[in-house]
Design a protein around this ligand. Structure first.
Ligand code: NI
Length: 227
């Protein structure tokens, strides 16, 4: 499942990020790549662990943690600290798969990457190209979202970023380990929760059917999730 999560950051927070990023130190994006990705990737990245990257990463994390749509779809257990990248002047990232395990340099922290996410920090009309294309068994899916919006997609997919032929595509990207490892189970839980929320809006929290379905939701979480 690929999901568009609107408004993870406000436009004001996006502007704050962009301003801070201009003062940051940028390096070749291949510092986070595996050997295959290194051949495919041409972009720049804010230095991982630098004061600006850490501070902006916390802003993104705060936005994620209070976003009910993101939480419902991802059921995050551990989120890798968000990183920041930029594509301009013909830069691109050809088809690749994200590494299954991601370790944070210098810390005893690693995750299994179940889900990948891109948080767009430039408006679509600021640059040409720079689409995220994700391949799954239903074909190719494209994403180029308004600044502040996030696209969530399975880390198991092959994906790429098309060449940026004008302007700069600035984004934050991250990986997370979900409490529910299996993509199919996670999708069922998301669909169930979405429908429960619709029913709650119509009938309220005290409706007997709402209570029954909420019990089913939590009992499925008990079966499928690791805390
Ligand atoms: Ni990737």
């Amino acid at each position: 499942m690929m999901l568009h999560v609107p408004g993870v950051l406000t436009k004001q927070q996006v502007a704050q990020c962009r301003q801070a990023m201009e003062k940051g130190e940028w390096v070749d994006g291949n510092v986070t790549s595996g050997a295959q990705s290194a051949l495919a990737k041409k972009n720049m990245q804010l230095v991982e662990g630098s004061a600006i990257a850490v501070q902006l990463g916390e802003l993104v994390m705060d936005g994620l943690e209070c976003n009910p749509l993101f939480i419902s779809a991802a059921l995050p257990q551990k989120i890798f600290p968000p990183l920041f990248n930029r594509y301009s002047g013909g830069q691109y990232f050809n088809n690749h798969v994200d590494n299954a395990i991601r370790a944070y340099s210098g810390a005893d922290f690693r995750i299994r990457t179940d889900l990948s996410a891109t948080l767009f920090l430039a408006e679509p009309d600021e640059y040409d190209g720079g689409e995220l294309i994700v391949e799954d068994t239903y074909g190719e899916h494209r994403a180029k979202l308004p600044a502040g919006d996030l696209i969530l997609y399975p880390s198991t997919s092959l994906h790429r970023v098309t060449e940026v032929t004008r302007g700069s595509r600035v984004a934050s990207f991250l990986w997370l380990q979900s409490m529910v490892r299996d993509e199919g189970e996670r999708t069922i839980l998301f669909q169930l929760d979405t429908n429960i929320q619709t029913l709650v809006a119509e009938k309220g929290n005290a409706d007997p059917t709402v209570i029954q379905l909420t019990a089913i939701y939590h009992n499925l979480i008990r079966r499928w999730a690791d805390a």
